[in-house]
Design a protein around this ligand. Sequence first.
Ligand SMILES: CC(=O)SCCNC(=O)CCNC(=O)[C@H](O)C(C)(C)COP(=O)(O)OP(=O)(O)OC[C@H]1O[C@@H](n2cnc3c(N)ncnc32)[C@H](O)[C@@H]1OP(=O)(O)O
Length: 209
Amino acid sequence: MLNEIILIGGGGHSKACIDVIESTQQYKIVGIIDSYKQPGTDVLGYTIIGGDQHIQSQPCQLFVISVGQIKSVAARIKLYEKVLQANKSCPKIISPHAYVSQHASIGDGTIVMHGVCVNAAARIGINCIVNTKANIEHDAIVGNHCHISTGATINGDCKVGNNCFIGSSSVVSSQVSITDNVIIGAGSVVVKNIDMPGTYVGNPVRRIA
Ligand SMILES: CC(=O)SCCNC(=O)CCNC(=O)[C@H](O)C(C)(C)COP(=O)(O)OP(=O)(O)OC[C@H]1O[C@@H](n2cnc3c(N)ncnc32)[C@H](O)[C@@H]1OP(=O)(O)O
C-alpha cells in the first residue's frame, strides 16, 4: 500500500519533487500546502489544499518540503520545523534513478533527485535538496538544510556546512571545507576552504556579498 504524503510548496521545485515522488512508487500525493496559492489551484494534477496553518490539522503524517532554495534557506527551515512541531515527519525521498551507495547516509527530509550519485561514506544532513545530476563523492559531508544544485560536484573528503547553497554545475575541489551559511554561484569552483559566511562566485571563487 502507498503511504500518503503532502507537499509543502507548490512552485517550480514542487514539480520536480512530484516527478521524483511519483517515480518511487512508494507514496500517494494527497495534496499541496501553499500559503501563496489559491486553494483549488492545480499543480501537475494535484490540488492546493490550504496554507501553512493547515499542516497540523491534516490526517496525513508525512510531508515533503517542496519549496526551492537559492538565496535564503529560511523558508525551508521554518516549514521543516513546523512539520516536526505538529508531530509529523518528513521522510527522505530518493529517486530510483539516483545511485546512493549503501555506505552513504542521508538525513530525514532530504530529497535526492534523478541522476544523482552519492558515493561511499558520504554523509548528507536533514532537509536538503540534492538536485538533478549532482555528485556527492566519497567521504564528503553535507550539513543540514543545504541545496546542492543541479550538476554540482562535491568532491571526496569535502565538507559543506549547514544552510548552504551550491550553485548549478559548481565544483567543490577535493578536501575543501565550506562553513555554514554560504552561497556558491552557478558554475563556480571552490579550491580553498571558505571560513566566512557569504556569497561567492567565479573560478576560483571570490566573495561578492
Ligand atoms: C533546478 C533549478 O533550477 S535549481 C537552481 C539553480 N540555480 C543556480 O544555480 C543559480 C544560482 N544563482 C547564482 O549563481 C546567482 O548569480 C547568485 C545567487 C550567486 C548571486 O545572485 P545576486 O546576488 O543577484 O548577484 P548579481 O546577479 O547581482 O551579481 C553580482 C555580481 O556577481 C557576478 N556573478 C553572479 N553570479 C555569478 C556566477 N555564478 N559566476 C560568476 N559571476 C557571477 C555578476 O556578474 C555580478 O558581477 P558585477 O558586479 O561585476 O556585474
